[in-house]
Design a protein around this ligand. Structure first.
Ligand code: SF4
Ligand code: ZN
Length: 735
């Protein structure tokens, strides 16, 4: 490493350390050592410190130890006669920088609780998002797992002009890369430049404005560290593993824009520990490969036109960008973008006009591949602000096409249409809702381009199951209403088919090992009556996915002999689980959480846990962030059992699974549930009532306690007694 960089990084680290220490002393005087500190809604404490050192910083007093660790890591300032090498001390200084920055930011959360927002979106007058909570981590982290997001760029400072900022951001977005923004250059901030230029920022568009200071860079590192802990199943404190995980799996890099200060150098040095290189637009000294990493650490003086390409090349990222003949940008980064009031050019559905989406199979001779028809007014025939009825009928044909694939293809419409910049799509089937923005129309977007998107992308991803595809877009009310009628009959038929399937009616289940890249021993086996715990895959989906991609993560699992019908255990499944967990797990039960439950990974929608005092079971969904009667919040539960292991007494499951007939039948079934957050009760109320009626307890929903009754076993028990909850008279849970 160059001496100039090393000395600057060490100077910067010392400055940041001094600032942390000063802030800590002031805070101690004001609040005392017992004052709780931390980032909001996370089970990972101050994540870099927790991941690298294994230390939980929960109170102000805990920070003292960390400050001492920083001191021991901080090398003395580089002297003129100081001998080589410089790399190791600079890397240590970089690590100390992150620890100190986490302390600074944690104290800020204490001093100014409203400085940072709490959700995914920016607000009016405040654009600083601060540390990502565990819900965001999970939701976004999974995109790093399945490859929809290959990595992130940590942008520091600001571009010379707003136009250049927009260009860089959009280039990164189109490559599906998250943009994490911090610090300022000459008082200007990259995130503010984007806002000024009218770009939507926030987690949904992957343009994440962490904070205004250089210390907010540490939120990016905290995200990376938690990805390693949460998805990689790495234990806190296994610092080498955390760093190697990041180097190998998270394709990230730093993009300092503007004059590189000592503090920036300190952060860049810290990032090198994680395998993240720095690509600068200013002429700072370069740091070339040293044997620790295979690529350059610091590359400088790169023109803004080339900076994204250079960063991607340096980090060795392979980004597949689809060429689509449409006039707007396209990619997952545009999925979360919204189209609001005065920006709407065309609107369809959403209760304003009828709208329907439908994928249907036709005979080979009825489909002309690539034919796209707009029947009725096109965008070019209407004025801004128009509402139109709309039906999107996708007609496919092919030797391998089956009726069962229709819903799988249909489900793609939502995100594919949403991926187009300037389009907003909500819902599906006959409750779909579409908005096309003025900006998109200005660029030349027309309804027929929806056809282009669907034809190109569905062919690309599902070409194996059909040969030809055509799209008909109707915008005339009579025609739309006709399609709605036809489609509705099909929807009903589909639903009854899936609902009618039971685990007994099939000899084949399907595996999903998608999460193994992050939780190596985790194996989901999905049966008709037990959907995947992430809520994204049911048996039908897995079956279709297997037929589409026979070597993919969804494999058929023959059930084989029944080991235990009540608990849901089969010989064939066990054999499969032993093999695919590489011997870590040798059996599990589908229908029980008391007895050797299925493995749980961190993406579960809900976690169920036993409540011994109430002789019942509770479940909590990810969105509910408060305490629960089992004594743990969702994040703590997920952190404890979510590493791909089987934990008796707890199990992760999907929301839909709660109302599937086999839900925890080994432990008494749905009528064992004594507590659920109110929001979850409301979300599944209708289906829950139906199931409860089937089980002979029509009032079950009213008997299930929620947080308005209490969040401890003691406080909900009298309520359950008063309501006569069936769990109280059931067989003892603990046997
Ligand atoms: Fe992960 Fe299981 Fe969902 Fe597959 S089904 S994505 S393995 S949680
Ligand atoms: Zn998972």
């Amino acid at each position: 490493m160059s001496k100039i960089i090393a000395s600057a990084a060490i100077r910067g680290a010392r400055k940041i350390y001094d600032q942390a220490e000063k802030k800590w002393r002031e805070a101690m005087d004001k609040w005392g050592a017992n004052e709780p500190v931390g980032f909001p809604n996370t089970a990972y404490y101050l994540p870099v410190i927790y991941g690298i050192l294994g230390e939980k910083v929960e109170r102000l007093g805990d920070m003292e130890k960390i400050l001492r660790r920083c001191q021991s890591l901080l090398p003395p300032p580089v002297k003129e006669e100081h001998p080589l090498p410089y790399l190791a001390p600079a890397l240590d200084a970089g690590m100390a920088t992150f620890f100190a920055e986490e302390l600074i930011e944690a104290i800020r959360y204490l001093e100014q609780p409203d400085f940072y927002l709490r959700g995914e979106d920016i607000g009016d007058g405040n654009i600083w998002l601060g540390a990502a909570n565990d819900i965001i981590l999970r939701k976004r982290g999974i995109e790093f797992v399945d490859g929809t997001a290959p990595g992130f760029a940590a942008v520091l400072g600001a571009a010379p002009t707003n136009e250049i900022a927009v260009k860089i951001a959009q280039e990164l977005q189109q490559k599906n890369i998250y943009v994490f923004m911090a610090a300022d250059y000459n008082g200007k901030k990259f995130s503010e430049q984007l806002v000024e230029a009218g770009v939507q920022i926030g987690w949904p568009t992957r343009l994440v404005s962490f904070g205004p200071d250089v210390s907010s860079t540490v939120f990016a590192m905290g995200f990376a560290t938690r990805a390693a802990l949460s998805f990689g199943g790495i234990e806190p404190g296994e610092h080498r593993k955390v760093l190697i995980y990041n180097k190998d799996r998270i394709f990230a890099f730093a993009l300092p824009l503007g004059y590189v200060t000592d503090e920036w150098y300190a952060n860049a040095a810290g990032a090198i520990n994680f395998g993240f290189p720095t690509i600068a637009d200013t002429p700072i000294p370069q740091v070339l490969p040293t044997g620790i990493t295979t690529y350059e650490h610091v590359i400088s003086n790169i023109p803004h036109d080339d900076i994204v390409a250079k960063a991607i090349e340096t980090r060795g990222l392979k980004v597949a960008v689809t060429e689509l003949p449409i006039p707007v940008a396209f990619g997952p980064a545009f999925e979360g973008e919204r189209v609001r009031g005065e920006d709407i050019y065309l609107e369809a559905g959403g209760g304003r006009t009828p709208m329907v989406e439908w994928v249907t199979s036709r005979r080979m001779d009825e489909v002309e591949d690539g034919k796209i028809e707009v029947i009725g007014p096109e965008v070019t025939d209407i004025q801004a602000g128009t509402q139109l009825p709309l039906s999107i009928a996708v007609e496919v044909a092919g030797r391998n096409m089956q009726e069962d694939y229709e819903p799988i293809l249909e489900r793609q419409l939502h995100h594919l249409i949403n991926y187009a910049q300037g389009l907003m799509h909500i819902g599906q089937r006959d409750i779909a809702w579409l908005r096309v923005s003025k900006q998109a129309v200005e660029k030349g977007f027309k309804l027929s381009h929806i056809g282009t998107i669907l034809h190109t992308k569905l062919h690309q991803d599902f070409g194996r199951i059909f040969d030809k595809l055509q799209v008909k877009l109707y915008t005339e009310e009579v025609k739309v209403k006709k399609t709605v009628e036809k489609a509705k009959a099909v929807y009903t038929a589909r639903d009854t088919r899936i609902e009618g399937m039971t685990d007994e009616t099939t000899d084949i289940y399907y595996s999903c090992t998608l999460c193994q890249s992050f939780a190596p021993s985790h194996v989901c086996v999905i049966s008709p009556e037990r959907t995947g715990l992430c809520g994204s895959y049911n048996w039908m989906d897995c079956k279709a996915a297997y037929e589409i991609n026979p070597t993919g993560p969804n494999q058929p699992v023959p059930k084989g002999d029944t080991v235990d019908a009540k608990l849901g255990q089969w010989q064939g499944v066990n054999e499969f689980v032993i093999k695919t967990s590489r011997g870590k797990i040798d059996h599990y039960n589908f229908y029980s959480l008391i007895n050797d439950p299925m493995t749980t990974c961190g993406c579960c929608e809900c976690i169920a846990a036993i409540l011994p005092l109430c002789n019942g079971i509770m479940t909590v969904n990810r969105e509910y962030m408060e305490e629960t009667p089992c004594g743990m919040k969702f994040t703590t539960l997920a952190g404890t059992i979510g590493g791909g292991i089987s934990t008796p007494g707890f199990v992760g499951h999907g929301k839909y699974n709660i109302t599937q007939r086999k839900f925890i039948t080994g432990d008494g079934g749905l009528i064992r549930i004594v507590w659920m957050p109110k929001m979850l009760k409301e979300e599944i109320a209708e289906r829950l009532k139906t199931r409860a009626e089937e089980m002979g307890v029509p009032d079950l929903l009213d008997m299930i306690a929620d947080e308005t009754i209490g969040v401890t076993e003691e406080t909900i028990l009298p309520f359950l007694q008063e309501k006569g909850h069936p769990a109280l008279t059931m067989e003892s849970l603990l046997g």
